[in-house]
Design a protein around this ligand. Structure first.
Ligand code: MBD
Ligand code: FE
Length: 289
């Protein structure tokens, strides 16, 4: 990878440093137990297969010393910018999510990604997410009900929601939006219903000034993610649903750099008649633990 100027590396470093801190603390390990104590046979099988995949690429494509050295430089840049969470969540998490989804009942989910934050505003439904006085973008209502797989409404359910602003920036990971912007944990009513007032997010490119974006572009791949809303839907005694919602007509659907979009997760918001406000309805079904 080519070197980048200090100025252009800053988006990647701003996002990467915080995402690395969160991943290192284990706070974003929402679907797993702590690591360690792995069975040697499993380490050998999984790590062995991963290494053999890379060795096969070297053999099949006759990788040169120059390219091997560029790979080393790239790995070092991933560490220096803190982009391990970004790189892993963009290029590998969707496969891990498929493994997890194979044993999950209820609503279909998708990957968590690197930009979830703990400790956000706790709100009661109907709720408006924290936003700037002049928050740009189309006003949007997301509403629905959380039930168990047997249809029981889940009174104690919460919807933890985070998404970019209408320019594609996440609060907490980019300099522009203030802390907590367009993030919140919404407590549903006694019927498990929620109504969340926010702004429609925009399509997003992964940082282009860091090694993950540079590798993506060097390969001629699209660095875009379709516009999306992240959600963690929780209820006591139920398995947490990690999901994202997308929008009909988004030009990047089916070509998500993170391979996380699924047809079942597409919203088609409709005008409410209140200015340019739109509304989308979506229910969630959680599996008892
Ligand atoms: C994102 O916003 C995201 O959701 C994922 C999975 C990866 C990179 C950026
Ligand atoms: Fe995202």
């Amino acid at each position: 990878m080519t070197a980048t100027s200090d100025q252009s590396v800053s988006d990647a470093v701003t996002a990467g440093a915080h995402a690395t801190e969160i991943a290192r603390s284990g706070a974003s390990n929402l679907r797993g137990t702590a690591g360690g104590g792995a069975d040697p046979a499993r380490v050998s099988a999984v790590v062995g297969a991963a290494l053999e995949g890379i060795r096969a690429a070297i053999r099949d494509h006759e990788v040169t010393y120059e390219e091997f050295d560029a790979f080393k430089q790239w790995l070092i840049a991933v560490s220096d910018t803190g982009e391990w969470p970004l790189f892993l969540d963009v290029y590998l998490e969707f496969e891990v999510e498929k493994v997890a989804a194979a044993t999950q009942q209820g609503s279909i989910g998708t990957i968590l990604g690197p930009f979830w934050l703990d400790g956000q505003a706790q709100l009661d439904s109907p709720a408006t997410l924290p936003m700037r006085d002049d928050e740009p973008g189309t006003p949007m209502i997301l509403a629905g009900q959380v039930t168990a797989t047997d249809g029981t409404p889940l009174a104690g359910a919460k919807v933890d929601i985070w998404h970019t602003d209408s320019d594609g920036w996440y609060s907490g990971f980019a300099a522009k939006p203030p802390a907590g912007n367009l993030r919140g944990v919404v407590r549903c009513d006694d019927q498990g219903r929620f109504e969340i007032h926010t702004r429609k997010p925009a399509p997003y490119t992964i940082p282009l000034d860091g090694p993950t974006g540079q590798m993506t572009q060097a390969a001629g791949w699209s660095p875009w993610r379709p516009a999306h809303i992240h959600l963690l839907v929780t209820a006591p005694g139920h398995r947490t649903l990690t999901s994202q919602l997308f929008f009909t007509g988004d030009p990047y659907l089916g070509n998500d750099v993170a391979s996380a979009d699924k047809p079942e997760l597409t919203l088609d918001p409709q005008p409410t008649g209140n200015g340019d406000e739109v509304r989308a309805d979506r229910d969630f079904v959680l599996e008892p633990e």
